[in-house]
Design a protein around this ligand. Structure first.
Ligand code: ZN
Ligand code: ZN
Ligand code: ZN
Length: 223
């Protein structure tokens, strides 16, 4: 499965740059040289996304682990600083797989550049309260014909908490919405319903430590 993912990545990065297999050995030597050349350019233009794209592509055909792992670490931190998390993750996955014992992987794994915390909006529960769409959270005015213990409950908006509505000839019929329960059945009289949090996934938010990232990125470039 992992091999499959790497193949997809290789294909993704190799678009427009396919090479003849017979020159692969030659290309491997060249790509180490081109990695150095791209890194030299990045030192003067560290925010140039097209240079990072070129580096990511070149890194895939490098054999030497120290060169490859450094290039991928630069790609990971550089893409993270540019808010391109998808590309950063791809670089990290190749680093983890192809350079599992490298110093660069160790450095990235022991420096938390992404701080995961509980979502402040939902407090990690993944659910937030929203106004009930049926009763809109409005407690209708007390009319005197509702049981006293329901005074403060959010009543059924269809029958205003009477439990019935005038039918044919004025004869009361049971309210279809609350089935005579008088109280909003959608929210059980709370006026609120629970919905999925709109700003997080699984109750967690990821905050990027930009200062640490920049320090690592500049360090990798200057080595
Ligand atoms: Zn949330
Ligand atoms: Zn309701
Ligand atoms: Zn009703």
């Amino acid at each position: 499965m992992q091999k499959f993912i790497v193949l997809i990545l290789a294909g993704f990065w190799a678009v427009g740059g396919s090479m003849d297999a017979s020159f692969a050995g030659e290309a491997a030597k060249d790509s180490a040289g081109s990695v150095d050349a791209i890194i030299a350019k990045l030192r003067t233009s560290p925010s140039d996304a097209s240079l990072l794209d070129a580096l990511a592509k070149a890194a895939l055909s490098v054999q030497k682990e120290d060169v490859k792992s450094r290039a991928l670490a630069i790609c990971y931190t550089g893409y993270m600083l540019l808010n391109r998390a998808d590309m950063a993750e791809k670089a990290k996955r190749v680093l983890d797989k192809d350079c599992a014992m490298s110093d660069y992987k160790h450095i990235l794994d022991t420096n938390d550049v992404v701080v995961v915390g509980n979502c402040e909006k939902c407090n990690g529960t993944t659910k937030i309260d929203d106004v009930c769409p049926d009763c809109r959270g409005v407690v209708p005015k007390w009319t005197g014909d509702v049981a006293p213990n329901m005074q403060n409950a959010t009543q059924c908006s269809a029958c205003q908490g009477r439990g019935s509505k005038p039918g044919v000839g004025g004869k009361p019929i049971q309210c279809a919405k609350c089935r005579g329960m008088r109280i909003c059945t959608k929210c059980n009289g709370t006026g609120k319903i629970s919905i999925a949090c709109k700003i997080c996934k699984e109750g967690k938010t990821r905050n990027v430590n930009s200062l640490k990232l920049r320090t690592l990125y500049n360090g990798f470039l200057q080595e």
